[in-house]
Design a protein around this ligand. Structure first.
Ligand code: GLA
Length: 723
């Protein structure tokens, strides 16, 4: 709901209110929190003055007046000055309408549009706020129009600013590197600023754009619909406020805005909740309902078999067909041919850019795809189109397509260079090359990889400070065209595992490969961190071989499976090497997953425990309405003596009586009791037995797990009659 009531702008979702107030030509956040039943008395919350120490909570901040904190934007004028004084000129409820090539949330038509002008320069700042009623999210879109006669330079232009009273907040970020992405880090804000940012050209494995500010009783989550360099700054001030700014990282950003031009910042998502968990629940709803789009949104995702860890580059047609055949036998639905099928790609030193069939290996890609389809599987393929190998036909013909600075030796990562997607000609090449691959093998699925960071940014037609953002705009333009041309294809984004897990990519690709690290114990932490902002339906989670290829640790097949049930199931190993016993276990797992897939992929996710910070961890995924749920709990250490592990569940319907079943290591489901949702949520289950399932001698890095299924208990007629 959106309402303008005098000087108040009221935005409402199912549980949250945001009230913005206009005071003469200024605006302030008057309130952002739990929904009001009635809005009388808003004046009680007015801030008193306009001096730096008692200024109200601002929607944006400019340089040149008396606000001496980090500004949300900075404009440099032709004369070298940068003072601005933007004043509110209009406030209207209008239709959402953007024509800027950025990915945006969908599903709400209306927004509050606030227009501010800086009279001397004729710059116009537009902020639009869209409430997403069914997910309690508020999106902010900022743009700047240059109505003057001369160009100006944007040195910084953030997407959103949020200010709250109080400075006793914790700031939570999700950081890591390759193979340990999005590990949760929470710290108390101290005096000064804390920065969470990416400098790699993409959203990065180092620091995800999703952050939270929280304290007892309130939590705010902020994310960006963006895949490039981002920065989130949390700053406390001497007057008892905390400011949070989120947007494109101003480092190496410098955008010339010509007369008559508009710059659009990526959209930001603001979510309020009483707890971190509320924020997480609301973020999930928002992503499932307003970010992921197209044919695959809200649709059950296929169980795949991927050959990467099974073969690496060393395969031929027979090997692939043998693996696929085993996959079909155990009930998988999609076979993904990973890296190595193109050019002369026998190692990671060559052929990126040569997106044509390596027939000696594949025996003919189209024929191979047909044979896989004949097994009853759909066919998917791996590409890494943003890259180029120097040892490739493409590079020999078009060295100009590579991203490098003239007369400088480029930096190679994984032996490869990046392609210059800021150049429309190169964008055209990528679109045509990928379209040809998809058409040739009639792919139902594409894994779009990105295996290095951006360095040596240069394009002869692009201003240096605009490069990073123009690259991302180039990428979005290609993805837009591809997803329009191939609406039925399921795209999965990947970046050396999960180095580009963000809302921008999810607007084009419904799922993301969470991490190259498939070690069950590490995956618990990675998936638990990722799931703060991103739902299970977006997280690729595969069962791979043991010992694990990344960590060398071993864990039983059943443990690996249970952990993979935190997301989109796949198998990533050489299935031809599995024993008959293992294959029948996998068959059982796949049948189980199919039976419970809807709730595993789309149920409401609640975190149990807190990764391993609190000794044990887990999740429960509850179907809408609460009729069914699946839960996995995990304990990493077996303590001698007293064990007091107890899992209290969440989200089960208090009034529903559930039949509770435990999945045994053999895959057999054992009904353990009938219990009320209320009791299960409040009392929970004792996990003493958890240690008996895994023999610690069989594992090098133990993870003790239990998997529960809760189904609404309906007494059958005979039972009722007997009573
Ligand atoms: C990346 C991906 C892997 C695999 C390889 C192939 O590392 O994350 O899943 O596709 O590339 O080279």
């Amino acid at each position: 709901m959106l309402k303008i009531k005098g000087n108040y702008f009221i935005l409402e979702t199912e549980h949250v209110s945001m009230v913005v107030r206009a005071v003469e030509e200024r605006t302030e956040y008057l309130y952002f929190g739990e929904k009001f039943a009635d809005y009388s008395g808003l004046e009680l919350m007015h801030a008193e003055g306009n001096a730096p120490w008692n200024a109200p909570l601002s929607l944006f901040s400019q340089w040149g007046k008396t606000d001496f904190r980090e500004p949300s934007f900075l404009v440099r004028f032709a004369d070298g000055s940068c003072a601005c004084d933007f004043r509110l000129k209009s406030a209207k409820i209008v239709k959402r309408d953007f024509a800027d090539g950025l990915p945006r949330p969908y599903g709400e038509e209306k927004c509050l549009r606030l227009e501010f002008t800086d009279a001397p320069s004729k710059l116009k700042l537009t902020l639009t706020y869209t409430p997403y009623a069914d997910s309690d999210a508020f999106c902010v879109a900022a743009s700047l129009f240059n109505g003057g006669k001369k160009s100006v330079v944007l040195e910084n232009f953030a997407s959103a600013q949020l200010e709250v009273w109080g400075r006793d907040f914790d700031f939570t970020t999700f950081d890591g590197t390759w193979a340990c992405e999005r590990t949760k880090h929470k710290r108390a804000l101290a005096y000064g600023k804390f920065e969470n940012a990416s400098y790699t050209g993409s959203s990065s494995a180092f620091h995800n754009p999703f952050v939270m500010l929280s304290r007892e009783g309130e939590a705010y989550g902020v994310n960006l619909v963006y895949s490039g360099n981002h920065r989130e700054i949390a700053e406390t001030d001497d007057s008892g406020r905390t400011r949070l700014i989120a947007g494109i990282n101003p480092f190496c950003f410098n955008w010339e805005l010509g007369a008559g031009e508009t710059f659009y910042a990526p959209e930001a998502v603001l979510v309020y909740g009483k707890t971190e968990e509320d924020v997480s629940v609301r973020m999930h709803r928002f992503v499932n309902r307003h970010i992921v789009r197209g044919k695959w949104s809200k649709k059950e995702r296929p169980i795949l078999v991927n050959n990467w860890e099974g073969t690496y580059f060393d395969f031929n047609e027979k090997k692939i067909l043998d693996i696929a055949k085993k996959g079909a036998e155990v009930g998988a639905e999609l076979f993904v041919l990973d890296d190595g099928w193109f050019g002369k790609r026998d190692s990671d030193t060559c052929s990126l850019g040569d997106w044509f069939d390596y027939t000696e290996k594949t025996g003919g890609l189209d024929k191979l795809a047909d044979k896989i389809r004949a097994l009853g599987l759909s066919f998917g393929i791996w590409v890494e189109p943003e890259m180029i190998s120097e040892d490739s036909e493409l590079y020999r013909k078009h060295p100009d397509y590579a991203m490098k600075v003239p007369r400088r030796e480029p930096t190679r990562m994984r032996n490869q260079l990046m392609i210059n997607l800021a150049d429309p000609q190169v964008q055209g090449f990528v679109f045509r090359a990928v379209s040809k691959v998809i058409t040739q093998c009639r792919a139902a699925y594409v894994k779009w990889d990105y295996n290095r960071h951006m360095t040596d940014c240069f394009d002869k037609n692009t201003r240096g400070g605009e490069y990073y953002h123009r690259y991302i705009l180039g990428l979005y333009s290609v993805l837009q065209k591809l997803t329009e041309r191939f609406p039925n294809v399921l795209f999965e984004s990947c970046a050396s595992g999960g180095a580009r897990f963000d809302l921008g990519m999810l607007c084009y690709m419904p799922q993301t490969w969470t991490s190259d690290n498939t070690d069950a114990r590490d995956r618990i932490t990675i998936q638990s961190g990722t799931a703060y902002a991103y739902p299970q339906s977006t997280m690729g989670a595969h069962v791979s071989a043991s010992p694990n290829h990344q960590t060398g640790n071993s864990n039983p097949l059943e443990t690996r499976f249970r952990v993979a049930c935190g997301g989109l199931l796949g198998y990533e190993s050489d299935l031809t090497k599995c024993s008959g016993e293992e294959l029948s276990a996998i068959k059982n797992q796949i049948a189980f997953y199919k039976k419970h897939r809807a709730v595993i992929q789309y149920g409401q996710y609640y975190r149990l425990g807190d990764s391993f910070g609190g000794d044990w961890s887990g999740f429960i995924s509850v179907a809408e309405g609460g009729a069914k749920a699946v839960s996995v709990v995990a304990v990493p250490v077996k303590r001698t003596g007293a064990s007091n592990y107890r899992a209290r569940f969440k989200g089960l319907d208090a009034k529903t009586v559930y039949r509770v079943s435990l999945r045994e290591p053999s895959g057999i489901m054992k009904e353990i009791c009938v219990a009320g949702g209320d009791l299960l949520n409040k009392g929970g289950v004792n996990l003493d037995g958890i240690f008996s399932e895994t023999n610690p001698r069989e594992v090098s890095y133990p993870l003790y797990t239990r998997m529960f299924v809760f189904e609404k208990f309906v007494k059958d007629k005979a039972e009722k009659k007997a009573k």
